[in-house]
Design a binder for this molecule. Structure first.
Ligand code: MLT
Length: 269
């Protein structure tokens, strides 16, 4: 059966016309984290911003979840909208893991890749054990265990004081995370494959953006990816932590607009 907007069972925002840009949120956020991009980037592109299952306005998924399934959700949105041309796919942190899964599964559908505050490697044994511990805690007491633990690490330390609007918005965004969504995402991140080998085989242009003060994933991970990806453009942003699109939206949007404006039209596998 062909997928339609009605059978998708996933909420997404759509704004603007032109090159489709699909932006995948990080953990434990929702598509609302791209509010500062929707307005500006949709002036020259067609923005597509999903809420992954169990986050924002999308219902949680029954059964297991993987980064490949999340990538499949993103392609299902393109199918439902009849978008057959290659698109730009961007993802922040967990969204980056999913963007890399999308590039592994269907490279010819991707005209440009944007990897934000993310890394290519898989979880270490210690990180996997921590994910398991967190899954048990969330199952027992709810998603706030995760959001409260993550909150102090998300922004550049100065921005907690300097940007009260961002801190309020951040708390609001994380409030919509459900326990089912959080457990699914933790499972998917724990089990994600190592994408290091993939980097050298990425044939599309890749934009890498990372906050210099990221306390969740160090900027050195962005530099490692840049060394391995054939066609890449690396930007390390000042006064930004894990969420450069929220902390420095003007600079973030300018970098993305420039990247999209000069993308070649043809895609090679
Ligand atoms: C994210 O920001 O999406 C997650 O913190 C990434 C992770 O836990 O590996």
């Amino acid at each position: 059966m062909a997928i339609t907007k009605e059978t998708l069972n996933l909420h997404f925002e759509e704004r603007g016309t032109g090159t489709p840009i699909l932006l995948i949120h990080g953990f434990p956020f929702s598509g609302r984290m791209w509010a500062g991009q929707l307005e500006t980037l949709s002036k020259s592109a067609r923005l597509l911003v999903p809420d992954l299952p169990g986050f924002g306005d999308s219902p949680a998924r029954e059964g297991g979840v993987s980064v490949e399934q999340y990538a499949g959700d993103c392609f299902a949105i393109l199918d439902a909208l009849d978008i057959m041309e290659p698109v730009v796919i961007g993802g922040l942190s967990m969204g980056g893991y999913i963007a890399l899964a999308a590039a592994r599964l269907m490279p010819l559908r991707i005209r440009g890749l944007i990897l934000i505050s993310t890394r290519a490697g898989a979880d270490s044994a210690e990180s996997k054990a921590n994910r398991d511990k967190t899954i048990a805690q969330v199952s027992e007491t709810g998603a706030s265990v995760v959001t409260e633990a993550m909150y102090p690490k998300l922004l550049s330390p100065e921005n907690y004081k300097a940007q009260p609007g961002v801190t309020d918005e951040l708390k609001e965004i994380m409030r919509s995370a459900t326990s089912e969504g959080v457990v699914g995402a933790l499972t998917a991140m724990r089990d994600r494959p190592n994408s290091t080998e993939l980097l050298g085989n990425l044939h599309m242009p890749v934009l890498i953006i990372h906050g210099k003060d990221d306390q969740v994933i160090p900027p050195s991970e962005a530099e490692v990816m840049a060394k391995a990806i054939p066609h890449n453009d690396l930007h390390l942003i000042d006064n930004a932590g894990h969420l450069p699109n929220l902390e420095q939206p003007d600079e973030f949007n300018r970098i993305v607009q420039k990247f999209v404006a000069i993308l070649p039209t043809s895609v090679t596998g």
